[in-house]
Design a protein around this ligand. Sequence first.
Ligand code: FES
Length: 106
Amino acid sequence: MIKVTFIEHNGTVRSVEVADGTSLMEAAVGNLIPGIDGDCGGCCACATCHLFIEPEWLDKLVPAEDMEKSLLELAECVGPGSRLGCQIKLSQSLDGIVARTPLGQH
Ligand code: FES
């Protein structure tokens, strides 16, 4: 299992454990973490899984592909560490990852 910690917009910290191969979006939606919608189901078409990866984890991620970069331009409040959660597949190398979630996606 992979441990993921979400820091919500209001500062609430929640840690969950999910199976290897789960996406960060699925980890959030499946555990009812507020602020992540995942409307397209993870096919990189909606940007409602936008979240912020804590700086110390950014280098461990596979870089965003062009589709993700394009969609991030549509997301609100994009900043350092912005990624689409559905494009981040969790694996042992990401065990313990920390992500901040936005207030909402709309
Ligand atoms: S869930 Fe739609 S882009 Fe990530």
